[in-house]
Design a protein around this ligand. Sequence first.
Ligand SMILES: NC(=O)c1ccc[n+]([C@@H]2O[C@H](COP(=O)([O-])OP(=O)(O)OC[C@H]3O[C@@H](n4cnc5c(N)ncnc54)[C@H](O)[C@@H]3O)[C@@H](O)[C@H]2O)c1
Length: 438
Amino acid sequence: MRVVVVGLGYVGSVCSACLAERGHDVVGVDTSDYKVDCIRRGESPIVEKGLPELIGKAVKAGKLSATTRIADAMPGADIVLVCVGTPSAADGSLDLGHVKRACAEVGTALKGGSRFVTVVMRSTMLPGSVLQELAPVIEEAAGGKAGEHFGVAYNPEFLREGTAVEDFFGADYTILGAGCVRAGEALKQLYAGVGGELIVTEIPTAEMLKYVNNSYHALKVAFANEFGLLCKREGVDSHEVMRLMRRDTKLNISGAYLSPGFAFGGSCLPKDLRAVNSRARHNDMDLPVLSNIMRSNELHVAEAIHLIERFKMRKLGFLGLSFKAGTDDLRESPILRVIGTLVGKGYDVRLHDPSLDMDRVLGANRRFVEDELPYLPERLKPSLDEVLAHAEVIVIGNRSAEYRTIGPRVKRGQVVVDLVAALDRATVTAGEYHGLAW
Ligand SMILES: NC(=O)c1ccc[n+]([C@@H]2O[C@H](COP(=O)([O-])OP(=O)(O)OC[C@H]3O[C@@H](n4cnc5c(N)ncnc54)[C@H](O)[C@@H]3O)[C@@H](O)[C@H]2O)c1
């Protein structure tokens, strides 16, 4: 393909050289004479392992050239990759100024052309940027419509400086956020044979994914560093602790706990976090990530109450009281805080949980129930049908098997508030479905 790469910084120069190596004809564009001259001489404008060799080879073979003017690069282009900077503005917001200017120039060059060109943003940008802010800029300059006269797409860049060339050729997957079928096809053709699995998705998903990845990496660093400080203070070998922590690929280094759902609870997580934070305070240590996890968790309890109350319906049915399915342990189950608040406000509440037998609960935990959950005995019903028939709002609080199939039983006028992503929303055909964070 004939590829134009706008912006020859860390992302653009690696991308240009690697795509030229794959056999594409690449023209790089940058406003910096220095960077353009570097490429023209067959040299790398940045320090990056393996890049000088790739650029030298591609320029010599006539596969890579560079210019300072987008208009000069555009004739004959199939695809344009926009890799210019998206710095922080003074208030921390994202500055799309460079991208907008580049898009306007690309759009102007597209005006009157008959070729379908796909304009792909590679710079990091927040959801909505491509479709709401940049596509209109190109449309106005080109005098045509995205999806009809040209394609738009978002293809996040995951390379790491220092191993960027290796990352390009050894990628696990490449995310192709496509605005239309033709844009998706153009990107697949561009990456054919490289980039691992090619996954086509919606543009806003691809935009957000970049931030999710980077935020997660930052969180991992902060988490390990905070525990490092605490370990050092306690005379514990932090590297050994984290080495052993990483060895667990079932719960720790895995997808476990990484799907949006309800607040965590149960007899361990809250108690253990409190103990860690108490020890840190005792040591006079400030560990902001660890000390704010409980605060973050509280937000989901408040959000659930807010969501349930939004419907202004008084009859509520809660399905699932323990913090997860298959246990009768009610200690620190966050749904009980939601229920307690709403019972206190006078809502007509009925409850169901297949793991809870009132006689047994009262046998083993009588004090706990009498002190903490006085409303429970009278409201807990053994029959799911009875609770479903009573409820105007059905709240799902854990993922018990029997709750996962209730979608078709939801009637017109009933609302489902799913706190744990138990239901496939498509199965709720008669009533309304609302997820907590989805
Ligand atoms: N550096 C990384 O490792 C990395 C990784 C993934 C994503 N990103 C994202 O990719 C984007 C680019 O990052 P970078 O590190 O390559 O930036 P950079 O600052 O190194 O390069 C940007 C280049 O764009 C050029 N430019 C600016 N406006 C232009 C215009 N109108 N026309 C032509 N050229 C123009 C600049 O002269 C500069 O050379 C950013 O959004 C960044 O967040 C960076």
